[in-house]
Design a protein around this ligand. Sequence first.
Ligand code: AQP
Length: 326
Amino acid sequence: MKKRIFSGAQPTGRLHLGNYLGALRNWVTLQDEYEAFYCIVNLHAITLPQDPKTLRQKTLDLARIYLAAGVDPERSTIFIQSDVPEHAELTWVLLCAARMGELERMTQFKDKSQKGGRERSSVGLFTYPALMAADILLYQTDLVPVGQDQKQHLELTRDLAERFNRDFGETFVIPEPYIPKTGANIRSLQDPAKKMSKSDENEAGAIFLDDDADAIAKKIKRAVTDSGTEINFDETRPSIHNLLTIYQLVTGKSEQECVENFAGKGYGQFKGELADAVIEYLRPFQEQIASIDDDALHAFVKRGAEKARSIASATLSDVFSKVGMS
Ligand code: AQP
């Protein structure tokens, strides 16, 4: 029996190179070895205000992105979260197991509620980690490939599962995080103190997956650099470290090969080569996107939801029975 993985992305904004290098790329590699479930987490998306028409379109577009990135619907289950009502139902049970103090410690809520203020933030944004825990635990997931920003949520998921197992008897598999050593924390091109993010107001900080060659080259040219001239993996020079990490991931070179490649070269030449490498890396993905039609997508996600439900409903009925529901 293959071990199981679960991961997802929100159909919000435009996906960027951080999402690709930190998550999607690994989903594709892991689908050979694991039984994979890749969800489009549209219930998470409405924790912040969304335009309904745009959300519906982006939900299908995200399925297209999964496929174009190389997720194979014959090997992996691709589905839309709201098509499997068990996600919302298990969330309620987990919310009753979670403590206010635990949720109050989540840094993502602190970050995301900053803009509009805590008082005006939705309760859904506050309880987001319990929904994420339900996503993972419903599938008795062994491994969760995510970027560094989701580490704390995954720790909470493990705590909730352990607590439930202790209180009601063995129910959930305790999931392990899969956070890649390189690429789990791609930084903004404009401010390396911040992660590359869909919701960053400064669009120059992110390379979006649908940026054309011209836009990619311009953003890399304008990327901030550190003082000094050397191009190496020095953690105290986060801008160059970030750019070189991107170069390493898109070329598949080792750290040493990257450093040797740029020895004695200036920032201008480095940025030019980096831009060419990113453009080439994204080209097959961008060509593939255009060839996937909506009918095929509808069929994949429908089939995916049926498969997902067959597993999710078994877990939920076990949980309901253990907590005393008929
Ligand atoms: N900068 C990043 N570097 C590496 N991995 C990243 N991920 C996100 N940003 C980076 C990973 O991408 C997966 C899908 O993310 P999501 O759709 O759930 O969005 P998010 O984590 O909330 O981050 P975004 O994409 O920047 O969106 P906003 O701006 O809304 O916060 C996850 O595995 C995530 O870890």
